[in-house]
Design a protein around this ligand. Structure first.
Ligand code: HGA
Length: 609
């Protein structure tokens, strides 16, 4: 969340900063700003409420020339969305952009106010700017020393970039629990909170690690670790294509990402399903096999869409691999005393690998005696991957739409492969793992088939777009799919949607049923179908408006709307049935004209707790 870009170059920096910060807009879009030290050594700051386009318009009107600057796009945590609260924050000669939260900002604010500092915003970030200024003027230390002294006083998490007007030749970056990377140019260097911001200019990056401070100049980069030793961090060449950051022929990233799912799933399966009915993850070592072999319980921890993926996999781990599995929301997991079941494997799920709640849960779990921990993640360079014992990558490719789609289906693909792998290791029932592998091989084709039903879904979306509330129902492993369908709808169309287990309806929510609340029921042909049918009848008898997503024929005695979907194997049915629900949410939002890729109040990659 929030985006940071900074650059020190030979050329005029203005266009570079606005083009780069635009690429990070999906990380936060409440307001944005930039500050450049111009050729006459003035700090030129421009800030705007709203999307980055506002900043671009305003910046283009002013002709600023300078070689060093910072930019930020904000997702507010402290202080309302206003120009005053927009970054960069300035204290005299010090300019700061910051991602994260300073927990003790209030104490520090009172301390600095007593020293005579006047605050112009309500943010925790302005505290950093004044603190740095105060430390600098106390002893006249080097800026690095000033930063080291200041961060000792900060509780919380941050990544920040600082410029000092009195020495405008270098950027200083500091990170703690929030990602930051250096982009390497030729006689110019950059900093950003995500490589996506810089891919239009460089593919060479250095990832800063916990506690690092970096001094970045045009021709030099010096990194110091948390113990103040000079340290060389590995340079990486990104394999992300710049064009994958573009929307191409699609209207929205979300639409593009929905249609990319057959390809992302193929990439996720590639080289992992072996002819001998084994699963091979090259990123796992033998030690992981040993841990999986000994695993008697699984604890999954995740947030949002990843949590829903975990919930689906619970049905698979228990019914196919006979392993008890518990799934918990990450922020709750870290907020309570936990009893760890014996020989438990902890699995975290996250698209970005920077989800602060999930990272905290992982760190908390390390004190609790789990057998080991595994993360299933889309970003190899992420904190979750670095801090976990083992990792498996989903190969979804870049996901930019705030509402996750392909990360969900690739997480499910990995989870089902993992189930087969564990079954294989335990030698419990090779027929089941063989069946899983056969079925996974068909999955991309099945997804292609269902994507062809887009017109059918679009027609229903047009009918439902004016509704205020909806219920989503599912039974067994389709219940988490109902949860995910409701989540997609809430996120991008702002229609209130709730998911229930089909059998739970009569225990309360049935009271809501009338002709104004559409009920979306996922009822594929399977052993639970007859039970679902009874629930459908209960809704119909009470005058409810019901839309059933199914591959089963219905007798039309009841007044129900059946969305007849193609055949799918039961094992992969949850991965298949989320696709029409993603399309439904997308087309409803399209009809309503909401901001699909950047829905209000949200942002991608939730890096604050
Ligand atoms: N706390 C700062 C930065 C917010 C942030 O990192 N959001 O993800 C603010 O509220 O401006």
């Amino acid at each position: 969340m929030c985006g940071i870009v900074a650059a020190v170059t030979q050329r005029n920096i203005t266009n570079f900063l606005i083009n780069s910060i635009k690429k990070l807009e999906y990380r936060g879009y409440d307001s944005s700003g930039l500050a450049i030290i111009d050729n006459r050594n003035n700090i030129m700051r421009i800030r705007c409420v709203g999307k980055v386009d506002e900043l671009i318009k305003k910046t283009n009107k002013k002709k600023i020339f300078g070689n060093i600057g910072v930019a930020h796009t904000r997702w507010a945590t402290h202080g309302k969305v206003s120009k005053e609260n927009t970054h960069p924050h300035i204290s005299s000669n010090i300019v700061v952009v910051h991602n994260g939260i300073i927990e003790n900002h209030s104490t520090l604010r009172h301390f600095l106010q007593k020293k005579g500092y006047i605050f112009s915003s309500d943010t925790d970030t302005e505290v950093i700017a004044h603190l740095l200024h105060w430390e600098q003027n106390k002893k006249k230390d080097s800026l690095k020393k000033v930063i080291q002294n200041s961060i000792k006083k900060l509780d919380g998490n941050y990544s920040m970039v600082i410029i000092d007007q009195n020495n405008p030749t270098r950027l200083i970056a500091a990170r703690s629990k929030s990602p930051l990377i250096i982009g390497l140019g030729i006689e110019e260097n950059f900093i950003a909170s995500d490589q996506i911001a810089l891919l239009h200019t460089t593919k060479r990056f250095i990832y800063l690690e916990e506690g690092d401070i970096a001094i970045v100049e045009k021709k030099n980069i010096n990194i110091f670790n948390k113990d103040n030793f000079t340290i060389k961090r590995q340079k990486i060449i990104s394999n992300i294509e710049h064009k994958s950051v573009e929307k191409g022929q699609y209207r929205h990233y979300m639409e593009k990402e929905i249609y990319e799912q057959p390809e992302s799933i193929r990439n996720t399966l590639k080289n992992r399903l072996k002819n001998n009915n084994k699963i091979f993850f090259s990123e796992l070592g033998l030690k992981a096999n040993n841990i999986f072999y000994n695993t008697e319980n699984i604890q999954i921890v995740a947030c949002g869409t990843s949590y829903n993926a975990g919930m689906v996999s619970r049905y698979w781990f228990e019914s196919l691999a006979n392993i008890p599995c518990n799934v918990e929301i990450a922020s709750e997991f870290s907020s309570r005393k936990l009893i760890v079941r014996k020989k438990s494997l902890l699995i975290t799920l996250s698209q970005s690998g920077e989800t602060a709640d999930t990272l905290s849960a992982l760190r908390y779990s390390k004190k609790l005696g789990y057998l080991g921990n595994l993360t299933i993640c889309n970003m190899e360079s992420s904190s979750l991957v670095k801090e976990s014992d083992f990792y498996i990558l989903t190969k979804a490719g870049l996901e930019i739409g705030v509402a996750s789609t392909k990360s969900f289906t690739t997480q499910l693909t990995v989870l089902l492969m993992l189930v087969a792998k564990i079954i294989n290791l335990k030698q419990e029932n090779n027929d089941i793992s063989k069946k899983i592998i056969e079925t996974l091989n068909i999955l991309p084709i099945r997804i292609e088939e269902i994507l062809k039903k887009n017109t059918l879904i679009k027609n229903i979306a047009n009918i439902l777009a004016n509704k205020k509330n909806m219920l989503f129902l599912g039974r067994g492993n389709q219940y988490p799919i109902a949860m995910e369908g409701a989540l997609k709808l809430k996120e991008i169309s702002y229609i209130h949607a709730e998911a229930y287990q089909s059998g739970e309806l009569k225990h309360g929510p049935l009271a809501l049923i009338d002709k104004n609340i559409p009920v979306i029921m996922i009822a594929p042909k399977n052993s639970l179908f007859e039970k679902n049918k009874k629930n459908i009848k209960e809704i119909c008898s009470r005058g409810g408006l019901i839309y059933v997503f199914s591959n089963q024929e219905f007798d039309y005695e009841d007044n129900i709307n059946v969305i007849k979907l193609p055949y799918v194997e039961e094992l992969i049915a949850p991965i298949f049935y989320i696709i029409p629900l993603q399309l439904l949410a997308y087309y409803i939002a399209l009809k309503k004209g909401t901001d699909i890729d950047q829905p209000r109040h949200l942002a991608k990659s939730v890096t604050v707790e």
